[in-house]
Design a protein around this ligand. Structure first.
Ligand SMILES: Nc1ncnc2c1ncn2[C@@H]1O[C@H](COP(=O)(O)OP(=O)(O)OP(=O)(O)O)[C@@H](O)[C@H]1O
Length: 365
């Protein structure tokens, strides 16, 4: 087991990269601590697989260092890095039994047979494969084969980390949830550093204690699911996490007042002061639909909005609103009265974010 640190790491698949857009991984520093359960979350093409392949040694980075427990491993080939990798599609030997498939990574490093047996039985038990051990892998379903693949990743207890690259893609939807829980249990039982790659926020938050959100080759935020929800560090995290995503309004100052387009926004003095300090023209106010206060009559400091549409989702509704020239979404709970026609909105200062060139900046209170 090891701490994995990435230092000034960058990678381009081009031989002469020129602009940041030429990089699959833009220069980054990141640390996966020993024993953590992490997710690497991001949309297709943001660089997740590239990053995993650099850690496991399948790919050499264009620049920067990969350190395991402080030791530079850039020059080490994958087989000497002690990293287990589980891919989207099962990697099993069809002609071998489940038992022999699970035993393979251990026998490969000349583990004594009594220890092989002990570990195979332990992993088979954790993955509920005990009754399948004598079957030939070729007779298994896709789900079962992927469980064997995961088991092969888990069976060695001397690995530095296990990297899972979208491992549940081929798994039947009703089994996915169960397997995610299982992986979490296994993590607690074996205390191995695990990095789980996915583009699904639910999958990331059920598995991981901390999530690294990747966007355009950069980790734009590394935090707990709650931190990502309550204080997204980048507009992309705001859009990507939560359903529906965060509202972003382009804002500026006009005669000392905060406006979005031609509409004056009722927000605190601190926000206006912070806005006054900013020179960029790319400035946004972010607020989650969950944190907008919705009233059916005027209250002090409220802004009146037109309700375009209310979407009833059972235990809550999403209101689609027009506030001046911008549209917004707000969530109201079942027990709250749903206003009709007009709604009176308040943006609590605690839940407003200020975003400059897409990154969140602190507002002094
Ligand atoms: N072998 C390659 N040669 C050239 N470009 C590549 C190669 N592999 C990936 N890329 C490019 O690098 C960028 C990052 O790709 P990567 O596969 O790491 O993203 P990802 O987040 O894992 O996406 P997905 O979820 O679709 O697998 C993309 O623009 C992709 O087109």
């Amino acid at each position: 087991m090891a701490e994995i640190a990435l230092k000034s790491l960058a990678h381009s698949y081009l031989s002469n990269p020129e602009s940041p857009g030429d990089y699959a991984i833009r220069e980054m520093n990141h640390v996966w601590q020993q024993g953590g359960a992490y997710a690497l979350l991001g949309p297709s093409g943001c660089g997740k697989s590239t990053l995993l392949n650099i850690i496991s040694g399948l790919l050499e980075p264009s620049s920067g260092d990969v350190l395991f427990d402080g030791e530079r491993v850039n020059a080490l080939p994958p087989e000497l890095r002690n990293i287990a990798q589980v891919f989207q599609f099962p990697v099993v030997y069809d002609t071998m039994t489940v038992y022999d498939n699970l035993a393979f990574p251990l026998r490969n490093v000349k583990t004594p047979e009594d220890r092989v047996h002990e570990r195979v039985m332990e992993v088979a038990d954790a993955l509920e494969l005990t009754s399948q051990l004598k079957r030939k892998a070729k007779n298994l379903t896709a789900d079962e084969k992927q469980k064997v693949s995961m088991g092969r990743g888990l069976v060695r207890d001397d690995v530095s980390a296990i990297l899972f690259d979208e491992p549940l893609t081929v798994i039947d939807p009703h089994l996915k949830w169960k397997l995610r829980r299982k992986l979490k249990e296994i993590h607690q039982r074996f205390e191995i550093t695990m990095v789980y790659v996915t583009h699904d926020q639910l999958e990331a938050s059920t598995f991981a204690d901390k999530i690294a959100v990747m966007y355009e080759g950069q980790v734009v935020q590394f935090g707990t699911p709650r931190e990502l929800f309550e204080a997204p560090n980048h507009t992309f995290v705001g859009y990507f996490i939560g359903s529906p995503g965060m509202n972003f309004l382009e804002v500026s100052l006009r005669d000392g007042h905060v406006v979005s387009g031609t509409t004056e926004l009722a927000v605190g003095r601190e926000f206006a002061d912070a806005l006054g300090e900013i020179r960029s023209t790319n400035v946004k106010l972010g607020i989650r639909p969950e944190f907008i206060e919705v009233h059916d009559a005027h209250v002090e400091g409220s802004m009146v909005a037109d309700i375009i549409h209310a979407q009833d989702l059972g235990t809550y509704s999403i209101l689609y609103l027009r506030l001046g020239d911008t549209t917004l979404k707000a969530r109201i709970e079942e027990e709250q009265p749903t206003p009709s026609g007009k709604a009176y909105l308040r943006f609590p200062g605690k839940w407003i974010g200020l975003y400059v060139d897409e990154f969140r900046v602190e507002i002094a209170s």
